[in-house]
Design a protein around this ligand. Structure first.
Ligand code: EPU
Length: 419
C-alpha cells in the first residue's frame, strides 16, 4: 500500500486547477440509470470512488466508455442486473444512490445495506422511509434492501433531518414517479443542486433546488444528455487551508467561490487575504501565521463537516486557542489523536475539539481511517518539522485527484512511495 512522505516547512505558492466534485459526480453517475439513452458526464475527477462506481454500474451490465478527456459516456440500454453487492457498497457508501433510480425506472432493486463506517453509524432509514411513502414495498433481508413497486407515486415527504444522499435518492426516484413529489427539509448542498440540474437536462421537472423544498413533477421517461460536473468545493477548501497553514499565497482556478461562503469567511477570520473572480480564488497570508478560529459544522450553507478536519489542522498550528464543533456526524475526530502524536495541543470534549496552537508540529508516521481525516494529516505534515509519513492513503485517493502532484506544483516537499 502506498504512503505519502512529506517534509514540512515550505510556504505554498502558485496556481492549480480544481477538479470536478466527488460528491456531485457520484450521484450523477447513479442518475444515468434513469435515462433511456446515453449520458455523457464531463469534468469527471480521476478518483477511486469514480472507478468503484464505474465497477458497480459495469456489474449491472451498463456500458461505460471513457474518452481521453476522462468524459464518461454511460449507456444503460444493456442493463441486466438490478443488484448492488455488499462487496462494493461496503467500500463506498454512496453506492446506496443506485437504489432510488433502479427502483423508479425498473420497479425493483436489491442493494446491500452499507453498515457503519469510520465517521459514525450513518443509517439509511430515511432513504427507505421515503421510498415506502412513495408506495414501494421495502424489506431488509440478509443485509440487503429489497425494494419492489409497480410505479412510485408522488407524495409529500418531510425529511426528519437534513440528509444529502437521502435527498438525492428520493429526488431521483421522484423524477419517474406518477404525480408530484414534494420534499421538505431537503438538503441544500450545491451537489444536490448540480444533480437536479443534470436531471432537468435529462428531461426531469424539478424546481426549488438549492432551497429546502423540492418539487418534482414525475415524467414518463428521461433521456440522455451531456453534463459538466461542478467544481469540488471541498478540494478547493482543502488547498486554501494548505496555503493558509503554511503562510503561503495560492490561486485556485476552475472553482466556484459563490458556493464557499462559510469556508472563505472562516479563512478570513484566520487572517487570510482573499480575492475572488467568477471561477477563481486567490489566498494570500502575506507570510503571517494564521489565527485560530471557532467553527461549528452544519448542513449547507453553514460550515461543512467535510472541512472540519482540515480546519482542525489549521487551528493546531495557529496563534491562540480555537474550537471546532462537529454536529453532523457522531464520530468524526479520528485525526485528533494522530495530530496529538505530532505534538498538537488538542483535547476532545464531547463533539468539540479544543486546541491551543503550537508554532510547529513534529513529523511522525500517522494514518487515518477516513478521507477528510487523512487529508488533514497531509496538511499537518506541511507544517511539521522533519518527515511525516501517511499510511492508508487509499482514503485520500478516493476523494483527491493527484494530491501529491497538486501540492508539489505549489512547492510542497511531498512524494508517494510504495510501502
Ligand atoms: N442520517 C440518518 N438517516 C438517514 C440518512 C442520514 O440518520 O437515512 C444521518 C447521518 O447519520 C448523519 C446525518 O444524517 O448524521 C447527515 O448525513 P447525510 O445523509 O447528509 O450524509 P451522506 O449523504 O451519507 C454526504 C457526503 C458526505 C458528507 C455528508 C454531509 C456524498 C457521497 N457524501 O454523505 O461526504 O460528509 O453528505 O455533508 O455526498 C466526504 O466527501 O468525505 C463525505 C463523507
Amino acid at each position: 500500500m502506498d504512503k505519502l512522505i512529506i517534509s514540512g516547512g515550505e510556504a505554498l505558492h502558485g496556481e492549480i486547477r480544481i477538479s470536478g466534485a466527488k460528491n456531485a459526480v457520484l450521484p450523477i453517475m447513479a442518475a444515468t440509470l434513469l435515462a433511456d439513452s446515453p449520458v455523457t458526464i464531463r469534468n469527471v475527477p480521476h478518483l477511486h470512488d469514480v472507478t468503484t462506481t464505474m465497477e458497480l454500474l459495469g456489474q449491472m451490465g451498463v456500458h461505460l466508455t471513457l474518452n481521453e478527456n476522462m468524459d464518461i459516456e454511460v449507456d444503460t440500454s444493456t442493463i441486466n442486473s438490478l443488484y448492488a453487492p455488499y462487496d462494493l457498497v461496503r467500500t463506498m457508501r454512496s453506492s446506496i444512490l443506485v437504489l432510488g433510480p433502479m427502483l423508479s425506472r425498473f420497479g425493483r432493486a436489491d442493494v446491500s445495506l452499507p453498515g457503519g463506517c469510520a465517521i459514525g453509524s450513518r443509517p439509511v432509514n430515511l432513504h427507505i422511509k421515503g421510498l415506502q411513502a412513495m408506495g414501494a414495498d421495502v424489506e431488509v433481508i440478509n443485509g440487503y434492501i429489497k425494494a419492489r413497486v409497480d410505479r412510485l407515486k408522488g407524495t409529500k415527504l418531510v425529511m426528519d433531518l437534513v440528509t444529502v444522499t437521502g435527498t438525492e435518492n428520493l429526488m431521483m426516484a421522484a423524477t419517474l414517479a406518477d404525480g408530484v413529489t414534494i420534499i421538505e427539509n431537503a438538503a441544500r448542498e450545491p451537489e444536490v443542486t448540480d444533480l437536479a440540474n443534470c436531471l432537468n437536462c435529462m428531461g426531469a421537472k424539478i424546481s426549488g433546488a438549492g432551497t429546502d423544498t423540492l418539487v418534482i413533477e414525475g415524467v414518463e421517461r428521461l433521456s440522455g444528455t451531456e453534463y459538466k460536473v461542478l467544481p469540488d468545493r471541498i478540494e478547493t477548501g482543502s488547498y486554501l487551508v494548505a496555503a493558509a497553514i503554511t503562510g503561503g499565497h495560492v490561486k485556485l482556478k476552475d472553482t466556484r467561490p459563490d458556493i464557499m461562503d462559510a469556508v472563505l469567511q472562516a479563512l478570513q477570520e484566520a487572517g487570510a487575504d482573499i480575492t475572488i473572480g467568477e471561477d477563481w480564488i486567490e489566498l494570500d497570508m502575506h507570510g503571517k501565521r494564521a489565527t485560530a478560529v471557532n467553527v461549528q459544522t452544519a448542513p449547507y450553507p453553514a460550515f461543512p463537516t467535510d472541512m472540519q478536519a482540515q480546519f482542525t489542522a489549521l487551528n493546531v498550528v495557529a496563534e491562540g486557542a480555537g474550537t471546532i464543533t462537529e454536529t453532523v456526524f457522531e464520530n468524526r475526530f479520528m485525526h485528533v489523536q494522530e495530530m496529538q502524536r505530532m505534538g498538537a495541543q488538542i483535547t476532545l470534549k464531547g463533539n468539540t475539539a479544543i486546541s491551543t496552537g503550537v508554532k510547529r508540529l513534529t513529523g511522525a508516521p500517522v494514518m487515518a481511517t477516513d478521507l477528510r481525516a487523512s487529508a488533514s494529516l497531509v496538511l499537518a505534515g506541511l507544517v511539521a518539522d522533519g518527515e511525516t509519513s501517511i499510511g492508508r492513503i487509499y482514503h485520500i485517493d478516493r476523494g483527491y485527484e493527484r494530491i501529491e502532484e497538486k501540492l508539489a506544483q505549489l512547492g510542497a516537499n511531498i512524494r508517494r512511495v510504495p510501502a
